[in-house]
Design a protein around this ligand. Structure first.
Ligand code: F3S
Length: 402
């Protein structure tokens, strides 16, 4: 692997033991993937934050980070296991919360921003086309590659963190233009009307392509929120890290006019495939006792829509909208939080229905409008799910006589 003089000096310890250790691991990783060099990055996003998923071993790793080196660039954290401010009100235990806060403080001690969100691109970590980054949350990786056109591999939490400390990552995979071309075409003959349908398409396509690059021909532009949903679904049922949507995403033309494009396999998708996958994601037909939205973390327009749907109503079951602290603050400023709270809902920040220990609370059935959440909740939380649109889920838990 070719290293620059600066990289060699870091590798040899001239910038401290911490950076040398990071370089050693990243160079070894690069050799595994035949990377010819390292590539400088402009931002990082680090998963491996929830105490539920990383446990005591992860906590020890993060606390030890303070002994190594600080991150060099904009580095944001993925969701944690609890809402740091409102954990008690939501029913999370003090013991879990204490360990969770220790993990976050460990990351903060080396300069990582404790944004605790899987949608860093909604709160200012928005790279430009062709920028190289090292992100690790799978839905965010899908978004940054596909919708923004920046370049990231699907990093693990530790490799993203090491890259943030030395400011570079091995040059392989999605960092190389050639590897971003389409591998399989989905020709979709159906007019999507909601997020549950587009999530069902992603869930279906992810299983077919696994880690290949799907190219979608859709009848209409799904919009930013639905592209967020689509990528999360693709990355959960498959290992997709980049997709293209014809006439919508920034590199679709590159993918389309590539010399091999006309020889690609084409999968036809019709209404039946979409509806069957949508129906198949529910594990029960019971009414949810918690409707949990915001997977990936909700945008301000998604929160606005919920506020419009619950305005003047009373909910008979719990409603959480998961988002970042930053979007929650905007929601408060815009009055959306007041409307949602008056109906009985809550804006929950820092965490989500998958990485929080929701199974320790008093819920049996979660209502979700995210195919990723519907895919993960039965396994990771051992709870039943109802998968439907935000309109239908809210309708299910609204008192009808007020
Ligand atoms: Fe984000 Fe949690 Fe979904 S981390 S993508 S809200 S599973």
């Amino acid at each position: 692997m070719q290293l620059t003089k600066y990289e060699e000096d870091m590798y040899n310890g001239e910038y401290g033991e911490g950076k040398a250790e990071c370089m050693e691991i990243l160079v070894s990783l690069g050799k595994i993937y035949d990377a010819e060099k390292m590539i400088p990055i402009t931002s990082a996003q680090v998963s491996g934050v929830s105490y539920k998923t990383i446990g005591d071993a992860g906590l020890d790793f993060v606390v030890d980070l303070g002994l190594k080196a600080d991150v060099e660039l904009e580095t944001m954290l993925n969701p944690a296991g609890v809402d740091i401010e409102n954990w008690e009100e939501l029913g999370f235990s003090e013991e879990f919360t204490k360990k969770q806060i220790d993990i976050i403080r460990g990351y903060e001690s080396i300069g990582v921003m404790s944004t605790c969100t899987c949608t860093p691109y909604l709160i200012g970590n928005t790279p430009l086309l062709n920028e190289h980054v090292a992100w690790s949350e799978s839905s965010a990786v899908c978004y940054v590659n596909s919708v923004i056109g920046a370049r990231s591999n699907r990093e693990g939490g530790p490799s993203a963190l090491l890259a943030a400390i030395v400011g570079r990552t091995p040059y392989y995979g999605n960092h190389i233009l050639e590897n971003r071309k389409a591998d399989i075409i989905f020709d979709v003959d159906y007019d999507f009307t909601n997020e549950a349908e587009i999530g069902a398409l992603g869930y279906y396509a992810g299983q077919i392509v696994n880690d290949k690059n799907p190219y979608f021909k859709l009848n209409t532009n799904p919009g930013r929120n639905n592209l967020k949903t689509l990528g999360a679904a693709l990355a959960s049922s498959g290992a997709v890290s980049i997709y293209h949507v014809e006439d919508v995403t920034p590199e679709a033309d590159f993918a389309r006019y590539h010399e091999t494009f006309d020889e690609l396999e084409v999968v036809d998708v019709d209404e039946k495939i979409v509806k069957d996958n949508l129906d198949g994601l529910s594990t029960t037909d019971k009414v949810p006792d918690l409707v949990c939205l915001g997977c990936p973390h909700a945008s301000i327009s998604e929160i606005q829509k919920v506020a419009q749907l619950v305005n003047g109503k009373k909910l008979k079951k719990d409603l959480w909208i998961c988002t970042s602290k930053a979007i929650k603050a905007i929601s408060q400023q815009c009055g959306f939080s007041d409307i949602i709270e008056a109906a009985g809902g809550k804006i929950v920040s820092d965490t989500c229905m998958v990485v929080a220990p929701v199974e320790e609370l008093d819920y049996e059935v979660l209502g979700v409008n995210s195919a990723k959440a519907a895919n993960y909740v039965p396994n990771m939380c051992k709870l039943d799910v109802v998968y439907d649109t935000v309109e239908n889920l809210i309708d299910m838990i609204t008192w009808k006589n007020c």
